[in-house]
Design a protein around this ligand. Structure first.
Ligand SMILES: O=P(O)(O)OC[C@H]1O[C@H](OP(=O)(O)OP(=O)(O)O)[C@H](O)[C@@H]1O
Ligand code: HPA
Ligand SMILES: [Mg+2]
Length: 173
């Protein structure tokens, strides 16, 4: 049976917010270059859209980490599935995520990448669930703060489905 999906944040609102984030980031990094790191798989949609709205020079790399698998709760462990292709030494790194939930994925990632001598590391996330935080993460750019609900769309999956929805939704049980 098809799942019933409720829209939480519309396509128009997501698009407008990403444009806004791109504008702010372009202003904050004026005169610099940004090395964007997309956290696969969830971060892919926001990364591509956001990068199109950034007006300073951008380079792009991908990292794949996984803590959820097909479950709806973080296992607490973060596995590196694919490392970056390029060194980040001396670069202004901006990590791009779809969501921060417990904070474990980004905490682990920031700790790991910090050992590689980047010039700076900042974080941009489309969604944040502050109520769910288990470990502290310094978040620089947030699209939307959302309540403690399991969301899908715009990169976010439920058992690997629904990443391709152009809005943020909730599966109604
Ligand atoms: O703050 P946390 O509790 O760590 O949760 C957030 C992370 O969980 C999801 O990724 P997931 O590990 O499910 O992999 P995916 O991006 O490939 O779906 C999401 O895309 C974030 O990366
Ligand atoms: O709410 C969520 N939805 C999908 N994946 C997730 N990973 C962390 N939180 C979520
Ligand atoms: Mg992810």
């Amino acid at each position: 049976m098809a799942d019933k999906i409720k829209v939480l944040i519309s396509e128009e609102d997501v698009d407008a917010k990403i444009r806004e984030l791109g504008k702010q980031i372009s202003k904050d990094y004026e005169g610099k270059e940004i090395h964007l790191i997309c956290v696969l798989k969830g971060g892919i949609y926001i990364t591509t859209e956001l990068s199109k709205r950034i007006t300073v020079p951008v380079s792009l790399d991908f990292m794949s980490v996984s803590s959820y698998g097909d479950a709806t709760e973080s296992s607490g462990r973060v596995k590196i599935v694919k490392d970056l292709d390029d060194p980040i030494e001396g670069k202004d790194v901006l990590i791009v995520e779809d969501i921060i939930d417990s904070g474990r994925t980004l905490r682990n990632l920031v700790d790991l990448l910090s050992t590689r001598s980047p010039k700076s590391i900042k974080i941009c996330t489309l969604l944040d669930k502050p109520e769910r935080r288990v470990v502290e993460v310094p978040v620089d750019y947030v699209g939307f703060n959302i309540p403690d609900e399991f969301v899908i769309g715009y990169g976010l999956d439920y058992a690997q489905k629904y990443r391709n929805l152009p809005f943020i939704g909730v599966v109604e049980q």
